[in-house]
Structures are given as structure tokens and as C-alpha cells.
Ligand binder design. Structure first.
Ligand code: SF4
Ligand code: SF4
Length: 222
């Protein structure tokens, strides 16, 4: 197992622990809102008063707190700078093939549109492998689905952006999520390391409230 795979496995383990604690915390907060005359589990109770109180708490407290924390994470990112290592220009991955991305872009997907306006596909995986071999190896070890590799033709041979002043938003914003995998050479690597626990907590909270909302929505349709 290479270092990146070990890091990814470590991250998964950390996430499982954080997720468990978040689930316990949210279950406790749901229970605190239980109406006096209602017994049993929240999802089985089907009590509309309780449901409303929980949904209000999700939206007005938990989702708001997550939003604030995420804004703080992004604001802190401004303390760090790109050091032009060029890895993200030279190797972008997507679970979508060029044809799938084109279709998504035609259907109004803004990210797919921007992505295709910047990146072109590598001729072969081995070409991409030369850029960041550890990353490709980690994907081979961990990813079950197909991954497609892209690069930007505006990167010069000396690894400089030939259109830096006009680079699109997608380049200016990268990395916009501390949970993405970044090379150690990236100027934002330290930012990612520092904010990762809070980002994992936000992510777990979001996943859990989405789970409850989906269950409530399904049971109201039954
Ligand atoms: S446009 Fe410039 S900054 Fe953006 S990916 Fe291409 S080389 Fe990198
Ligand atoms: S990987 Fe990070 S440091 Fe390297 S070019 Fe991209 S944003 Fe800049």
C-alpha cells in the first residue's frame, strides 16, 4: 500500500469515528424534542409535531451551523497560496468520460461545461501516470468505478499557465473542498490538513440530516 492509500484509509477510519459521534449527537438532539406523550423511535413514531420540530432544528440550527463552519473553512483558505506546482493543471480526474461530460454540459451542467472548457482527455492512462504515479496507484487500489484523466493544454512545458490572467473560475477556486485529495506539493495541503476534522464533521452532519429527511419524506408518501 502506498502513502496516499494509507492516508485515504486513515481518512475513512477517521470519518467512520466522526460519523458515529455525529449520529449519536443528532439522535440525542432529536430525543430532546420528543413530545411528552410519544414513545418509541423517532422514525417509527410518525408524530407530525415531533417531525416538524426536528425538521426545524435541522434547518435552523444544524444546517445553519454547518454553513457557517464551511464559510470559515473557505475564508481560512485565503491564508494559503498556490505555489504553482501545476499538478492540478496537469492531472484532473473525473468519474465521467469526455462523452458523458459533453452530454452533461449540453444538458446545462455548469461544472461539466467549465471542466470541458479547460481540460482535454489524456490519450492513455500511462500518460497520466507519469504526472502523479502515487495518485493513479491509489485510485487503482481504492476506486471501483472507472476514472478518466484529463489535462489542460494551456500549461506550458515549464509548467506555467500560458493564460494565467484569464484563467477560468474553476482554476481560481481550486481546491474548494478540503476533503479532496491534494498532493503534498500543493500550497493548500496544510490548509486541508488543518481544517479536515471540521470538514469531516460538517460532511457527516449533512449526510445524517439528509438521511433523516429522506426517511421522513418516504414515510409521508406511504
Ligand atoms: S487554465 Fe491555466 S490555471 Fe487553469 S488548468 Fe489550465 S494551465 Fe492551469
Ligand atoms: S496543486 Fe495546488 S499548488 Fe499546485 S497548482 Fe494546483 S492549486 Fe496550485
Amino acid at each position: 500500500m502506498n502513502d496516499l492509500s494509507a492516508n485515504l484509509n486513515g481518512l475513512r477510519k477517521k470519518y467512520r469515528e466522526i460519523f458515529k459521534k455525529s449520529a449519536e449527537e443528532i439522535a440525542k438532539r432529536i430525543d430532546e424534542l420528543r413530545p411528552a406523550n410519544v414513545d418509541g423511535d423517532f422514525l417509527d413514531a410518525g408524530n407530525s409535531e415531533w417531525n416538524r420540530a426536528v425538521l426545524k432544528m435541522f434547518d435552523e440550527e444544524i444546517a445553519r451551523d454547518i454553513y457557517i463552519k464551511w464559510q470559515e473553512i473557505l475564508a481560512y483558505r485565503k491564508m494559503f497560496k498556490c505555489n504553482n506546482c501545476a499538478t492540478c493543471c496537469n492531472l484532473a480526474c473525473s468519474e465521467f468520460s469526455p462523452e458523458q461530460l459533453k452530454l452533461k454540459a449540453q444538458n446545462g451542467d455548469r461544472f461539466a461545461n467549465q471542466f470541458l472548457s479547460v481540460f482535454i482527455p489524456y490519450e492513455s492512462k500511462s500518460e497520466a501516470q507519469k504526472v502523479y504515479p502515487e495518485y493513479i496507484k491509489m485510485l487503482d487500489e481504492n476506486k471501483e468505478d472507472e476514472v478518466y484523466f484529463y489535462h489542460c493544454p494551456k500549461l506550458s512545458d515549464c509548467k506555467l499557465c500560458t493564460d494565467y490572467e484569464n484563467r477560468p473560475q474553476i482554476c481560481r477556486d481550486f481546491p474548494d473542498n478540503p476533503l479532496s485529495i491534494l498532493p503534498e506539493s500543493c500550497g493548500f495541503y496544510e490548509w486541508k490538513q488543518e481544517v479536515e476534522p471540521v470538514a469531516l464533521l460538517c460532511h457527516s452532519m449533512m449526510e445524517i440530516i439528509e438521511f433523516y429527511k429522506e426517511k421522513l419524506c418516504t414515510s409521508s408518501q406511504d
